[in-house]
Design a protein around this ligand. Structure first.
Ligand code: C2E
Ligand code: CA
Ligand code: CA
Length: 609
């Protein structure tokens, strides 16, 4: 008791000495003492009250005093000043509540009543109050109840601080944290929040939600070839167009990079989602007018539906992402609805990807070589290097892992490994005195997305002191499919340096003469599907005519022709009759490890040579 009174005396003294800076903290001390000494006598209470009335006058904060029984309210001049009201304006709780923002009334009442009931150690609430200028101001109000010996509050005192500026700053920071500053779209943080609300509502109302995952096709390519400025601009233009394409009620977010998310929570099932997606896909396909000319892009869209595909936001997004991947794998510019079978494929893809990383690190890759021979006399004229992956005991075929490597970007280090391994092998053979014909390596379209591929190949040749004629590259028509100006340039550079280019898998893709004329190719490889179906039992098959026509046409363009997948002598004879230059296939040999290949084909050749 004595200690408490001493404390009060000190606080009073200090309040008078330095009212502005000390008043608030000391007032708290006074109030704390006041409330612990619930049995304090009235005259003591009066003296303390005088103390904070003085503090009220002096301090920067606005003080108030409220009687929970009579509802009488007294506010200090500073609080009136903050709000711009006159002395007598805020006489009681009712007057005060009238100016509290309707949205904040519940929070405010709750904070007051829990403290009055003794459930909180002190009262604290940040809320909006209407000022005399008609605008709301944010105030932070704190206070403490004074209780009688039964613990019943008969007095409440406290202070308010104007926190409007702080709140606006906070709101601005929050906005910035939740929006992407390039496009102004809400970002993934806000998406997570909105998704939570949407799921709650959909759960209550038993309605559906559609989540659409949008990813621009080959956006990285635009960034790489036209620069980041053009890339940024395209993202902004795409954002604008997406906004105009989406129906009301659909919300658009930027997930990051060139990924966008659309949330439709108006009980959207697959039909609605698909129709929105087709409109988007169609709309994005039209050219955009950029600063430096027209920009083109397309979009791959994956869709998942709540509750059909998943119950929670994270899984819904993941499923939409999976479906988007399937759309990409189908060549892009496509739409896919999530299906559980996709998850199995995704898992497999993840496994293959992880395994491939290990394969690269642990040297589990090797090159096999398959001979290409003269169709008539069987002379060795070339060979193709084909990648092999030995994962412990099993061998994984390239058709299983090359597509995964392409999707994941691993094809870049793998492609570099192939270039290096092939050059090293050629050099080894040359050093051993083998007169090896050109070795063809396969290049994936993805390797052309990055500038510098041709230079990289030329550097590898230089490193191993090899002439350009000892290497050949095989590409498919798809390198030119997406109007990749870069790819054509890289090929031209290789051709100019003396490296021959073969067009692989001819007949499966577009097989367009226009492409052939645009590409600086010297060799055409007829896909093995054509060779396989060249003859049926009756010996009459359209493919045979087709193969003949391709050979004639290719020769007309000055190209050499290789038939792939030649397995029988009949096929060889038919091809020879149609002047096909070279054959490659099991008839001559399967792809072989380097040593076996040398043994079977190079040593003999040397002996003949
Ligand atoms: P491709 O370039 O069309 O390679 C020819 C494929 O046909 C090879 O399959 C080869 O083993 C197979 N083949 C050869 N002769 C015959 C035959 O008489 N009958 C049959 N049924 N098949 C025959 P492989 O080695 O499994 O390669 C598959 C594909 O993987 C290749 O098709 C190529 O697209 C890709 N690939 C292989 N190595 C590489 C590489 O180093 N880099 C890249 N980017 N792709 C590669
Ligand atoms: Ca090939
Ligand atoms: Ca091929």
């Amino acid at each position: 008791m004595l200690a408490a009174l001493a404390l009060l005396a000190i606080s009073l003294l200090a309040t008078m000495l330095n009212p502005i800076t000390l008043s608030w903290s000391l007032l708290w001390l006074s109030l704390a003492a006041l409330s612990t000494l619930a049995f304090i006598e009235l005259h003591h209470f009066r003296s303390i009250k005088r103390a904070y009335q003085m503090a009220m006058l002096a301090a920067h904060d606005g003080f108030w005093e409220w009687n929970p029984v009579t509802k009488e309210l007294k506010v200090g001049h500073r609080l009136l000043e903050i709000l711009g009201y006159h002395d007598d304006f805020l006489k009681d709780t009712h007057a005060w509540l009238r100016i509290v923002h309707p949205d904040d009334r519940d929070t405010y009442n709750h904070a007051v009543s829990t403290h009055l009931k003794g459930e909180t150690p002190h009262f604290y609430c940040e809320y909006r109050v209407l000022a005399s200028d008609g605008r709301y101001r944010w105030i932070a109000s704190r206070g403490l109840a004074v209780r009688n010996h039964k613990g019943v509050a008969y007095q409440m005192v406290g202070s308010v601080t104007d926190v409007t500026a702080k709140r606006h700053y906070q709101e601005e920071m929050e906005f910035l944290a939740q929006h992407d500053n390039l496009t102004g779209l809400p970002n993934r943080l806000l998406l997570a929040q909105d998704m939570g609300f949407a799921l709650e509502r959909a759960h209550q109302r038993q309605t559906r939600i559609a989540v659409m995952f949008l990813d621009l096709d080959r956006f990285k390519n635009i960034n790489d070839s036209l620069g980041h400025r053009a890339g940024d601009q395209l993202l902004q233009l795409v954002t604008q167009r997406l906004k105009s394409l989406l129906p009301t009620g659909a919300r658009l977010y930027r997930q990051g990079g060139d990924e966008f998310i659309v949330l439709i929570d108006s009980n959207a099932g697959p039909e609605l989602a698909l129709s929105v997606a087709s409109a988007v896909r169609e709309g994005i396909g039209h050219p955009f007018s950029g600063e430096r000319g027209e920009l083109f892009t397309s979009v791959s869209i994956g869709i998942s539906i709540y509750p059909d595909d998943a119950q929670d936001g994270g899984t819904l997004l993941q499923h939409a992402d999976t479906a988007m991947y399937e759309a990409k794998a189908a060549g892009g510019n496509a739409i896919r609805l999530h299906h559980s079978s996709m998850d199995i494929r995704v898992n497999r893809r993840h496994q293959v990807e992880a395994g491939l990383r290990r394969a690269l690190a642990e040297n589990q890759l090797s090159l096999y070589y398959q001979p290409q021979t003269d169709t008539r006399d069987g002379r060795l004229l070339g060979m193709e290097a084909l990648i092999r992956w030995h994962d412990g005991t099993q061998q994984i075929p390239p058709d299983h892992f090359i597509p995964v490597a392409e999707e994941s970007g691993l094809i870049l280090p793998i492609g570099e490994w192939v270039i290096e391994a092939a050059c090293r092998q050629i050099a080894t053979w040359r050093q051993a005195g083998h007169n090896a014909p050109p070795v063809a390596i396969n290049l994936s379209p993805r390797q052309f997305w990055r500038a510098g591929l041709a230079q990289h190949i030329l550097d590898a040749l230089t490193l191993h002191a090899l002439p350009p004629e000892c290497l050949k590259v095989e590409v498919t028509e798809s390198v030119l499919l997406h109007a990749e100006a870069g790819a054509l340039g890289e090929l031209q550079q290789l051709r100019n340096a003396g490296i021959a280019i073969a067009l692989d898998d001819f007949g499966t893709g577009y097989s367009s003469l226009a492409y052939l004329q645009r590409l600086p190719v010297s060799t055409l490889k007829i896909d093995r599907a054509f060779i396989r179906d060249m003859t049926d039992e009756t010996g009459r098959n359209a493919n045979l005519t087709m193969v003949g026509a391709i050979i004639t046409m290719a020769h007309g363009l000055g190209l050499e022709v290789v038939a792939e997948g030649v397995e029988t002598e009949t096929q060889r004879t038919l091809l020879a009759a149609r002047q096909c230059d070279l054959i490659q296939g099991y008839l001559v040999s399967k792809p072989l490890p380097a040593d076996d290949f040398a043994h079977q084909f190079l040593v003999d050749r040397q002996a003949q040579g």
